[in-house]
Design a protein around this ligand. Structure first.
Ligand code: PRP
Ligand code: URA
Length: 210
């Protein structure tokens, strides 16, 4: 199947994104919105899950139904900011496992520095959804996905809230087999590697550290 690159145009996502971007939005509201947007994105990102037919006895007869055919999933947030998207994803797929990959961007070189990686043991049997609100230069996502690929998961899907064109292009080229879901695609990166107009520093806004 061809790889999917989805930029959402759903009115609910666009509305929530407009509040998320506002510099006056409180830490609590920011966190809640990241959670809600991730949940809405997960709804679309799971569209291709295979299903199997089951018969269900209702109070009035037998219904031909579909259930998800045992596809195992794992969510892997890129620390810190990716953590903010995990609960929203788990609301739709509560049985998923959660791994963690710790990377921060050196603010001078803009290169990612890895400091932690803990993934589910049976990751080879799972579809892995990597979450990070921001895809700026793409360095963090590209490195995280390269690390995860060493463990040979069945499939990798990347989900971010805002992408810069530069980061999206870099990620598409580095990992042509990875599906990519972005709630919004912005204009450009500034000289400090921040997405413009973006929403500022996602980690600081989720955790209230600035
Ligand atoms: C932010 C963001 C991404 C990365 C994106 O994390 O959450 O992980 O920057 O930038 P890139 O595409 O240019 O690599 P940051 O390094 O600020 O760490 P934090 O989540 O701990 O705040
Ligand atoms: N990381 C962020 O949190 N925001 C940006 O705009 C770029 C990288």
């Amino acid at each position: 199947m061809e790889r999917r690159v989805v930029i959402f145009d759903h009115p609910l996502i666009q509305h929530k994104l407009s509040i998320l971007r506002n510099k006056e939005t409180s830490t609590k509201d920011f966190r809640d919105l990241v959670d809600e947007i991730a949940m809405l994105m997960m709804f679309e990102a799971t569209r291709d899950l295979s299903t199997e037919s089951v018969k269900v006895e209702t109070p009035c007869g037998i219904a031909d139904c579909k259930q998800i055919a045992g596809r195992k999933m794992a969510f892997v947030p890129i620390l810190r900011a990716g953590l903010g998207m995990v609960d929203g994803c788990l609301k739709l797929v509560p049985s998923a496992r959660v791994g963690h990959i710790g990377l921060y961007r050196n603010e001078e070189t803009l290169k990612p520095v890895e400091y932690y990686c803990k993934l589910p043991k049976d990751i080879e049997e799972r579809d892995v959804f990597v979450t990070d609100p921001m895809l700026a230069t793409g360095g963090s996502a590209i490195d995280a996905i390269s690390q995860i690929k060493l463990r040979k998961p069945r499939k990798i899907i990347f989900m971010c809230i805002i992408a810069a064109p530069e980061g999206l292009k870099a990620l598409e080229e580095a990992h042509p087999d990875v599906d990519i879901f972005c709630a919004g695609l912005d204009d450009h990166l500034n000289e400090n590697g921040y997405i413009v107009p973006g929403l500022g520093d996602a980690g600081d806004r989720i955790f209230g550290t600035k």
